[in-house]
Structures are given as structure tokens and as C-alpha cells.
Design a protein around this ligand. Sequence first.
Ligand SMILES: NC(=O)C1=CN([C@@H]2O[C@H](COP(=O)(O)OP(=O)(O)OC[C@H]3O[C@@H](n4cnc5c(N)ncnc54)[C@H](OP(=O)(O)O)[C@@H]3O)[C@@H](O)[C@H]2O)C=CC1
Ligand SMILES: Nc1nc(O)c(N)c(N[C@@H]2O[C@H](COP(=O)(O)O)[C@@H](O)[C@H]2O)n1
Length: 283
Amino acid sequence: MASDTLPPDAFAFSASSCSFLRPYLRNKSSNPQRPFLTLAYASSLDSAISLTPGIHTYLSSPQSEAMTHYLRSQHDAVVVGAGTAIADDPGLNSRVRGMGGYGGAGLEGQPRPVVLDPKGRWEWDSNARVLRMVRERKGRGPLIFWGEWGEGGDWRSKEKQRRDEERERLLKNHGGKIIRLPLVDGKMRWVDILDHLKAEGIKSVMVEGGGTVINSLLAAEHAHLINSLIVTIAPTLLGQGGVVVCPKRRTDDQGNPIPVTRLRDAKWQPMGEDVVLCGKLGE
Ligand SMILES: NC(=O)C1=CN([C@@H]2O[C@H](COP(=O)(O)OP(=O)(O)OC[C@H]3O[C@@H](n4cnc5c(N)ncnc54)[C@H](OP(=O)(O)O)[C@@H]3O)[C@@H](O)[C@H]2O)C=CC1
Ligand SMILES: Nc1nc(O)c(N)c(N[C@@H]2O[C@H](COP(=O)(O)O)[C@@H](O)[C@H]2O)n1
């Protein structure tokens, strides 16, 4: 595809402007037990990622948005929670010039979209952007994680079951699939999510949000699963009542508060009007 015939949603972008990200990405020769996990999101100065849970809030500058799309192209999968899928109807593909569908061959550089939806709250139809991206050959078929609702323990109405079966067929027709995970106290375990992604051949995962997912991953009991944290910080304050990144407090044996975690090898990189903070956490 010649550059003058690229889709209008393509980002012009030079990979050299993102060479600072290299130390924070998966070393392709390594083959760790679990997929390499990058947590990447955009935040305001008051640690908010959205004005309210139900709406999409633009924080990134055009330059850092293009960087996020480059980051997507460097991972095998992009993960969001049900809240984000419902609020944003995201495309979850990489719209950087040179990737599959944007001048590149086939689906080269396109990550697998993944939605974590334990209770099947996200009711997609053929207009969902992730599915439109597949039809336009700009994205891969999504993997949707549902809870194991179980024989006899299925809480869904007959009508909901019928709609879910229809949705599953639609997903399969777009090259996607449902993966069912056991729920522990109504929640999916991160180790189960990552093990199933590995079984799908996924070696690197970029988790984008939203707030509930980010705070769950950053909590002390899960933070070791994160390899890199990449936060775009925009020069704006969203005010109280937004979706805020602030994981559960950690205390020592005496009950005194202690930091949840601290990044290693932190680097601050200006990007348009924003600054991008990169750092390492787990292995
Ligand atoms: N600025 C940015 O970079 C980004 C901003 N956002 C914004 O975030 C907002 C949405 O955030 P939020 O409402 O918190 O929704 P989330 O996208 O974080 O989804 C949360 C839901 O995901 C499900 N879930 C599945 N597995 C897990 C797990 N292991 N840990 C936690 N949750 C899990 C749960 O569903 P259930 O409750 O059904 O069990 C949970 O309630 C939107 O406004 C969106 O625009 C989103 C991404 C990036
Ligand atoms: N990097 C970044 N900056 C922002 O300002 C944002 N609001 C987000 N949100 C995330 O991007 C998803 C939208 O993706 P598509 O452009 O539709 O592919 C949204 O769902 C959040 O995950 N990110």
C-alpha cells in the first residue's frame, strides 16, 4: 500500500523517536515461564486515567498516542478489562504506519486484543470496533476471557445464554475465541490469565487498563508479574471523582504503611507536551 493510500487513521511515526523504550521491552531471545508483561497507560498529574469510569478521556498528546500504538506493535497481545471494553469500544490494534493494514504485510505488528470479562458484561455485536478492525484487515480476532459459569451453576437467564451463544459464534467468525477461566471469589487470577495466554503462543502482553485492572496488577501481591511499567503523564489535572491509579496500601508486620513497590532503572522521556515514565518491576 503506497503511503498516499494509507487509511486516514494511520499515525505517521518514526521508530527512532522511541528507541528509549528498547530496554523496557521483551528480549526476543528469552523464553520466560510466563509472558513478558508491560503495564502501559496514560495518566493526569493527579493520577487519573479517566474523568469517570463510563467515558473515554483523551490524555495523550498525538506524539505519545503514536508511541502507545508503536508499543502495541511490539507486543503479542493488548489486554483491557470489561469496564474499558464497555466504556471505550476500543480498536486495540496498532495504527502505526508500516503495521499490517497500515502499509505493512498481512497482520504484521498487529497484537491480539484480549478482554477480561469474568461475568460476560460486555455485550458486543458486529459493530464493535475490534471486530470492525478484523473485517478491515487491520487487526486480529480478539480473545475474550469469561468466567467458568459451570454446569448447574450458570446464573445467566435463558435469554442471556442465547445472546452469549450468538456472540460467541460472531467472535469465532472473526477469528477470535472465548477462553473460560475458573473464578476464585468471583475473580480471575492473573497467573491463570497469563498461563492461558502463554498456551495461545503469546510471549508478550501489554495491559492498558482500566483503573480496576491496573490497581489489581499494581497491588503488592501481583506487582512481581509486571516486567515494565510505561506511563504517559499528561500536563492536566482531572479532579476528584475520576478513575484513579492508586493500588491497595501495603503494611509491614506491625501494621505500619510501607510503599507498595518502586521502579528500577526509571527513565523520564519528554514526548510532545507529555512525559513518558519507563521503569522495571519484576524479573
Ligand atoms: N488513560 C488510559 O490509559 C486508560 C483509561 N481507561 C479508562 O478506564 C476506565 C475503565 O476502568 P474500570 O471501570 O476500572 O474498568 P476496567 O477496564 O479496569 O475493567 C474492570 C473489570 O475487569 C474485570 N476483570 C477481570 N479480571 C480482572 C482482574 N484480574 N483484576 C481486575 N479486574 C478484572 C472485572 O469485571 P467484573 O466486575 O465484571 O468482575 C472488573 O470489574 C474507562 O473510563 C477507560 O476509558 C482504560 C484504559 C487505559
Ligand atoms: N495511551 C492512551 N492515552 C489516552 O489518552 C487514553 N485515553 C488511552 N486509552 C486506552 O486506549 C484505548 C483506546 O484504544 P483505541 O484507540 O480505540 O485502539 C482505550 O480503551 C484505553 O485502553 N490510552
